[in-house]
Write a protein that binds this ligand. Structure first.
Ligand SMILES: Cc1cc2nc3c(=O)[nH]c(=O)nc-3n(C[C@H](O)[C@H](O)[C@H](O)COP(=O)(O)OP(=O)(O)OC[C@H]3O[C@@H](n4cnc5c(N)ncnc54)[C@H](O)[C@@H]3O)c2cc1C
Length: 412
């Protein structure tokens, strides 16, 4: 990457604490804008949504410019836990009740297709991002009912997923008698290594990336970026929550803050897998907080166990009288109960997820616009959701009819 440099700065991530991914990846930065620009596609946002869309459109032959306010991955993508899964965090039986069987099949196929797409991109670009196929295990939160696990298993089968109902939750302490739904062929990766590979490919394909480039005044003609006029035929707003609209999409989703801890465990003690509980059914929050756990390679001797959860609606932690520091403590206690081999905690960070009211995200044309596109409402499935968004938007801009409405395609 010719024009990227390694920087250290306090604005490398949208939070006070640094995630494992940010800590282990050199900052990915590019030039700042210095003139007016004309392009075919302007992409705003340098997270997984923006970079995947940029890469796919460049491959399809479009002229693309991407602008990022901070550095590449400095938004929520740098603060994720990067499970790649079709185990959606709002249950399939709930989605079936709301949308019907055809939609859950489409949702399952779409998230599986997104995992395949990430794997394919990684292979084609030779990105060393520790992509691994793993199993995922969904087990009951103590407040949830046994029958709901059966319901979820049957719904995932109807959705066409390769799932099994297991007795015993693999690798969790004292869980031999508890059941789980096992999802095969899920995946995980090092998300910032993946973004670095995508950014390299964007430059090689003739695209331009600007960092420390703040977009404002977005219209169907383009945007102002650090005061310069960036004109484009198509504008993709990949800013996690849309910044081009102050009303429509903001009434359709809520921001939740979610917390993560990570600590070493001796290598080989646990299999590389994904684990999730079904969430606190007694929670006061509409999106019931659940726990999510995975491993990542740390060094020759250790893996890193990464566990998340203890969410609350952003800005409303006070309503539960649980301080941020207590959230980390509760998460650690929960994690040690199931993974007693966990060493000292090496990382703590938090981030924000956008929870859509109807449980399925939004991607495609912005309501009322013909050439402005958005990807938002990712929930805790944003790695796959944004990849699906990139696929749909690329098809839409290229005039290719997409096979189906995967989440809510706002307009076709
Ligand atoms: C703790 C945590 C754990 C998670 N775990 C998982 C998981 O295991 N699996 C999963 O699938 N998903 C997970 N998610 C969700 C997933 O990480 C996000 O949905 C996804 O990273 C969103 O990517 P994005 O590209 O849409 O947004 P972002 O990564 O936030 O990128 C948007 C970018 O837009 C930039 N931007 C904003 N405004 C402007 C502007 N005006 N001008 C220019 N640039 C601008 C921002 O700086 C930012 O970098 C998790 C999220 C969190 C917080």
């Amino acid at each position: 990457m010719d024009n990227s440099t390694i920087l250290k700065s306090s604005s490398i991530t949208s939070g006070d604490n640094v995630s494992f991914w940010i800590d282990t990846t050199p900052i990915i930065s590019f030039n700042k804008p210095n003139q007016d620009i004309q392009t075919e596609v302007l992409i705003i946002g340098g997270g997984i949504a923006g970079l995947t869309t940029a890469y796919k459109l460049l491959k399809a032959g479009k002229k693309v410019i991407l602008v990022e306010d901070g550095f590449i991955g400095s938004g929520e993508t740098g603060r994720t836990t990067a499970h790649l899964t079709c185990a959606l965090d709002d249950r399939y039986y709930f989605l079936e009740d709301t949308f019907g069987e055809e939609t859950i099949k489409l949702a399952a196929q779409s998230h599986a297709a997104a995992i395949d797409e990430i794997e394919k991109i990684g292979i084609n670009l030779n990105i060393n991002c520790s992509f691994k196929r793993v199993n995922g295990y969904l087990f009951l939160h103590p407040t949830d009912k046994e029958e709901n696990l059966d319901k979820e298993f049957h719904a995932t089968q109807k959705a066409g997923l390769r799932t099994t109902l297991l007795k015993g939750i693999p690798a969790l302490a004292n869980c031999e008698k508890r059941r789980c739904v096992a999802f095969s062929n899920q995946a995980q990766f090092h998300v910032l290594d993946y973004l670095k590979g995508l950014a390299d490919a964007i430059i090689l394909l003739g695209g331009t990336i600007y960092t420390e480039a703040h977009a404002t005044a977005i219209t169907k003609k383009g945007a102002k970026v650090n005061g310069y006029t960036f004109s484009a035929d198509h504008i993709v707003v990949a800013t996690n929550t849309p910044i081009n609209d102050t009303l429509t999409m903001h009434t359709k989703q809520h921001a939740y803050r979610t917390y993560v801890i990570a600590g070493k465990i001796p290598k080989g003690k646990l299999p590389y897998s994904l684990w999730w509980d079904t969430g606190d059914q007694e929670s006061k929050w509409f999106s019931q907080p659940y726990h999510y756990v995975r491993l990542e390679n740390y060094d020759d001797k250790y893996d890193l166990l990464i566990a998340g959860g203890e969410d609350h609606k952003t800005g409303q932690a006070d309503e539960e009288n649980i301080l941020e520091s207590e959230r980390y403590e509760r998460l650690e206690a929960w994690t040690r109960n199931y993974f007693p081999m966990l060493d000292d905690i090496s990382y703590r960070w938090s981030g924000q997820v956008m929870e859509p009211l109807d449980s399925l995200g939004s991607m495609g044309k912005n309501p009322g616009d013909d050439n402005i596109y958005i990807i938002t409402g990712d929930s805790g499935n944003g790695m796959t959701h944004t990849t699906i968004g990139a696929m749909i938007i690329c098809d839409s801009i290229m005039g290719i009819k997409n096979k189906g409405k995967i989440c809510i395609v706002l307009q076709e």
